[in-house]
Design a protein. Sequence first.
Length: 750
Amino acid sequence: MRSCGASDVALCFRPPGGNPVRVADERSPGTRTALGRWGAASWLLVAALCVACDDATPSSADVDAGLAAAAVSGIAQLEHAGAGEHGGIRVEAVGTERTTSTTSEGRFRLQLTPGEQTLRFNFAGYAPVERVVEVPSELLDPVLLVALPGRIVGRVQLPPGYEGEGAFDDAYAALQDVEPSQRVALDADGGIAFDRVPVGEHVVLVSVPGFTGARRDVAVGAGQRVDLGVIELRAQDTDPVAATAVEGVARLQGVRSDDGHGGIRVESIGTPFATVATSSGRFHLDLTPGPHQLRFGFPGYGVVELSVLDIARGETHRLADEVVLGARPGRVFGAVRLLEFSDDERLQDAQIRLVDEAQSLVRAAEPGPDGAFALDDVPPGPYTLVASAPGYEVVVLGVDLRPGEAEHVGQISLRHHSRSAAAVPLGGRVRLEASADHSGTVVDVRFAGRGLSLSRAVTGPDGRFEVAASPDERYALVVSRSGYEVPAAPVVEWDAESAGFRDEDGQPFDVELAVSRGPDGDGDGDGVRNGDDVCPDTADPEQADLDADGIGDACDADVDGDGLTNREEALLGTSVEAADTDADGLSDFVEVRRLGTDPLQRDTDQDGVDDAEEVGDPDAPMDRDGDGRHDAVESRARDEDGDGASDELDGPGPMGDRDGDGVLNGRRDDEGVCVDAAGCDVCFAVADALQLDADDDGQGDAPTSAKPSTLSCAAGRWPPKRAIQTRTVRSRSNASSLRSVCAAARYRHR
């Protein structure tokens, strides 16, 4: 590895007291995975992905090179704190989930979205500070958190026999070393309370008339409430024991500053005697003569008890050794989430590592199904928290853990490489058999071994596709194309040497799909397997089959199944999707091929009666006048030959009225004898409404001159030969064809 240069954008490590060293170049995806393979003893990661080294000033091009360059850095300090005591200040971007903590020197770096952001700085006992910044940037001036004032409380106790109402009427307590000095009266119970006490070391003097005064040295931290405990006074005329005391030094483990030990409480168990150590850890505790059990305590530290066997009256006993309070372990907890492609299993693949200043792994954890994690029994001190997951960018946070405290680092969001500057291209080619255009094939890129999809791509005309992916993960390529045999999904992974994804044989993804011809194939490419396709050779994704004959409409020569081909119906003008175009109850086929009626009109002969009613049974259509032409094509409203009889009745049949005189022909037997109960027309061929037959011979008396060309009623015999009537009519079908209709009627004379 080489040292980072001023124009580099890289992952950099800085050994204690050494120069920054390059680990991975953002421009080389293959080296980006090296960090994940380094062990716990690797260099301490001091910047997130693609952060420029501390001694390098990133150019604008470097900043644009990666998301990690979008960050804000600077220094935050605590008022009245010494060097190395500025750690643990929480820095957060308002309205986001991004947080970090300062190092012991107060340095911080927070990755953010470019643009204007509001930073909030917090620390217990200090007033929060907000600062509007432009990301990326570095704050030139330190952010100073002003200490909140503290509070001192305590209680004065008089010897037995001196208590009572008014005992503290003229008593007071004074706080020295402050400007202006504070003096408060004791309450009726001897209580002392100083509010808004500045941070620092102070002397509290207690004065009660008639009793010896008392002095207490006290160190007040930012926003701290200090309890002096019980201050016992003696009557001025008793045997003095003020010189009876114990002195010594108490220190907090891990505190490097000589003046960082203030506030340790020292008390004699079972007595009212107690005091608080100064910032240097020194304490002086007035006691009564005799043995004592001392207890030393401080928040976040273990309690220490020490026996002093015997203190003589008037003696000040000095402890030979310093009393060291062991720091209690703390806890670091929070949650991690994957911004993209998250499920329970992938989330639990994430790792949380806590690294100390010596580059050693202190604690590690994996998140639960909800992303929550906790690092327990962590010794207090400054650390670097590293959150990572396969295929995702690394996030680094500074943590300064105080004794016995639980540090909540918030929610850590990990972004997938495919959505960042760390993305690499995953591509290939899918060709189609016997085709010049290879576009339209869908390639679903999935995470290997899981159903989760990274991205879906569609091939172009040359069959190529490409998606953004992570170099740290393996992917299965699922191809789908209707009408073609598709291969089993190959698994590919990043090959740093060739800078591309390769299969297990080391080959790029390049396949040709063969046309599928079996029942499970899809020859027409409509998404329906051949075995189920109603039109296997014609693309028909909707599979419409109007006449339910098993042949789809897209390939059916007779869509409506009425017996007429689609071409015939197009010529006739009938509907290819309705078997009965005019909705008269007769199919187009029956009307065109069998009846000769118009399939486009409900009433072909325009006599006011629908064709279906006039036809009755299509297999035996009604012909009332028996002339061989059924009633649907003979109008009861027209008389084409002008003989006075409507076309529908102008025939020889028994229900006809051939002469148009209003009298039906009637039914006769083979010999011409009327056998109709309603009677027969006595003058069959001549209009004779009166039906006169004077000689009752079955032939009417009407004159023969009425219709010279017809049969004569006066003649004694019927014509011995058949009367043939031929008519030519114009078909009313849409095809305008001409049809000749011959109707023959046979009559025999008596």
